[in-house]
Ligand binder design. Structure first.
Ligand SMILES: NC(=O)c1ccc[n+]([C@@H]2O[C@H](COP(=O)([O-])OP(=O)(O)OC[C@H]3O[C@@H](n4cnc5c(N)ncnc54)[C@H](OP(=O)(O)O)[C@@H]3O)[C@@H](O)[C@H]2O)c1
Length: 274
């Protein structure tokens, strides 16, 4: 894992004069957690950046407060709220068409929407299991739709935050990519499948578009409340899940803790986001 000091030193190099900062950034999933913290960190560099913050209608109010916060950090950042249902592929295309009508290039696409299905199977109106859609199909749809703009950037980056290097398996059941076979749907199966497909697809995209950097990141254990998604807030299962999440985390500190690219601590419950 990259040491926190090295990450901070690298981030300190981001500035307008050396053109190291992304000018146009698209965040999908930055209405909370890792995406939100990363967008804040980007704005805090004080560089000129235009951010498209894509989120669903139910998060609009929270997002507006967040945008105000971002503007109080730096007036050089322009943040454009763009409403869209990330789990619906037709809506992803609609949102990308809006961005394509306004921009000539995209420098950064940051994908974090999604959660682990500790809950029963749930399908979107398009017939795709919700978490597989958010963690794989929708992410690939965003990339493919924005690829022409990413190719126009000098050094575009696409970052999919999920389970790179941890959850992939050498083979998956190609006859059951929907996890519809009896007993095949579950939290671990879904994570393994979406992570394996993310890596395979990003590797292929990277080979086809050498000017773009594709990163499949694994954030470790970060208490953003992500493991409780899908549960009623005070349900027994949510409490058990939270307990497992806490006991499974590694405590970090200034002397030994490692931090993620966005500066968030891995496994430091006291520094939790919520
Ligand atoms: N946190 C960890 O320890 C950890 C570890 C490994 C992998 N991951 C993965 O990394 C990614 C980012 O994690 P995080 O901790 O930043 O997650 P988070 O704080 O829970 O944020 C998840 C994002 O996904 C969006 N989302 C959730 N359900 C949605 C739905 N049905 N339709 C549309 N959008 C939806 C949320 O939007 P709203 O704000 O509208 O709800 C939010 O923007 C996730 O895919 C997560 O599974 C996280």
């Amino acid at each position: 894992m990259v040491p926190y000091k090295a990450i901070k030193a690298s981030n300190a190099l981001i500035n307008d004069s050396k053109s190291t900062a992304p000018r146009i950034a698209v965040f999908v999933g930055a209405t909370s957690g890792i995406g939100q913290l990363t967008a804040s960190a980007l704005v805090a560099t004080g560089t000129r950046v235009r951010i498209y913050l894509i989120g669903r209608k139910s998060s609009k109010e929270r997002a507006q407060n967040f945008i105000q916060e971002l503007h109080s950090i730096s007036l050089k950042a322009e943040v454009i709220w763009t409403e869209g249902e990330a789990s619906i592929l037709g809506d992803v295309k609609r949102v990308c068409d809006i961005i394509k009508s306004k921009e000539k290039h995209v420098d950064l696409l940051f994908l974090t929407a999604g959660y682990v299905p500790f809950v029963p199977r749930d399908e979107t109106a398009e017939g795709v299991e919700v978490t597989l859609s958010l963690r794989y199909y929708s992410r690939m749809m965003f990339i493919l739709q924005l690829l022409p703009l990413l190719r126009q950037a000098k050094a575009a980056r696409v970052i999919s935050v999920l389970g790179g290097g941890l959850l992939e398996r050498p083979s998956i059941d190609l006859d059951d990519l929907d996890l519809k076979k009896p007993g095949s749907f579950g939290a671990m199966q879904s994570q393994v499948l979406s992570a394996t497909m993310n890596t395979a697809a990003l590797e292929r995209l990277a080979a086809d578009s050498p000017s773009i950097t594709f990163i499949h990141s694994c954030p470790g254990s970060v208490d953003t409340g992500n493991v409780r998604r899908g549960f009623e807030p005070d349900s027994l299962k949510a409490c058990v899940q939270l307990g497992e999440s806490i006991s499974g985390t590694r405590r970090g500190g200034d002397d030994g803790g490692e931090e993620a690219e966005d500066g968030s601590k891995h496994g430091d419950y006291e520094n939790a986001y919520q």
